[in-house]
Design a binder for this molecule. Structure first.
Ligand code: NAD
Length: 321
């Protein structure tokens, strides 16, 4: 188990993060063992096949369940959609297995990169720590592009020793690894960031549409805003209008496929409004944005799994009806 790392959840982000992590670990130690696991077994199979094509000698195995992955590994990284899946994977799989292992001398490190409810994450971390293992929350920012390039910002919550243990692993997947505070603090920072992003992507959609109606070329408007005070990621990287970023290829160029699903952004706006209500912090724009994402999914269910920049398509369609 000493040199084995499991990655559970090989979706849009996890696939790219696992690829960077395993490639770099393999370059350092060719006897390292890698384990992949996903609720959709074809994803684990596709990952393993593609990894072996690049590194034919690598020791990579597919775990059918999180229990199987836990039994075989020293480090476990999870990248799941939301609180529900994290509860299932940890409460039913990882934690009971760690309990069984706790009589043997082991110290497993669990890194969860999912964006989820802070209270759920802290409870799961306490359960892991009770088995003599360690756990950090390590949500990420930078999107699929950042995951692919290994340039993610990784926001960590946990103890100093757990952070120090995790840092070299995280450095294989991200560029900035920031210790935000104790358990749950990484998620707090991530939720604040995505609150800004969720509101921002809507207003960028509004402004790009308004610009078009005023007769502006979207590429000219994107370039103006990118070098002006309205500059932000939603304009200069994730612009929702095709051909607005000639040098880049945001999801709008692929029919809004890939990227960050609208349903996941709705989840994150819900995380923000929930936690803000708990601590009594006002979110007038956050609440409005949450209702708009909910309305988009209700009225156009096919946008649920498309990138959240498709809010522009929704606004554009609504304005022409
Ligand atoms: P995704 O839906 O593409 O991937 C999730 C993966 O988890 C899927 O492959 C799914 O089959 C797997 N999974 C679900 N339940 C499972 C279980 N019980 N056991 C094993 N595997 C299971 O989601 P994503 O876009 O990769 O996002 C993952 C997380 O990262 C989310 O919390 C999201 O909010 C966050 N995030 C996403 C982005 C982005 O741009 N996509 C950016 C930053 C953070």
């Amino acid at each position: 188990r000493s040199k084995s790392t499991s990655f559970i959840g090989l979706g849009r982000m996890g696939y790219e993060m696992a690829h960077n992590l395993f490639s770099k670990q393999y370059a350092n130690a060719q006897d390292a063992h890698f384990i992949v696991c996903d609720a959709v077994p074809e994803r684990a199979q596709a990952f393993s096949a593609s990894f072996l094509t690049r590194f034919p000698g690598a020791k990579i195995a597919i775990a059918r369940t999180p229990e199987e992955a836990t039994l075989a590994s020293q480090n476990i990284i999870t990248m799941l959609p939301s609180s529900r899946e994290v509860k299932t994977v940890y409460n039913d799989g990882i934690v009971p297995t760690l309990k069984k292992l706790s009589s043997t001398s082991h110290n497993t490190l669990c890194i969860d990169s999912t964006t989820l409810n802070v209270d759920v994450a802290c409870q799961v971390a306490r359960d892991v720590v009770d088995t003599n293992s360690q756990m950090i929350d390590a949500p990420v920012s930078g999107g699929v592009t950042g995951a692919k390039a290994g340039t993610l910002s990784i926001l960590v919550g946990g103890t100093e020793p757990a952070f120090n243990l995790a840092s070299p692993i995280l450095a294989n997947m991200g560029q900035r690894i920031i210790h935000c505070g104790p358990s749950g603090a990484g998620l707090g920072a991530k939720i604040c960031n995505n609150l800004i992003l969720g509101v921002q992507q809507i207003v960028v959609g509004e402004a790009m549409l308004l610009g078009e109606k005023l007769g502006l070329d979207p590429a000219v408007l994107a370039s103006v805003v990118s070098s002006s005070t309205g500059s932000c990621w939603s304009v200069s990287v994730n612009n929702p209008v095709p051909k607005s970023l000639p040098e880049k290829s945001p999801p709008c160029e692929r029919g809004y496929e890939g990227g960050f699903a609208t349903s996941l952004m709705l989840k994150d706006m819900g995380l923000a409004t929930d936690i803000a209500a708990t601590v009594g912090s006002p979110l007038p724009l956050g609440e409005a944005a949450e209702s708009l994402y909910a309305r988009v999914i209700q009225e156009e269910p096919d946008l649920s799994q498309k990138d959240f920049s498709s809010i522009y398509r929704y606004l554009s369609k609504a304005s022409s009806e």
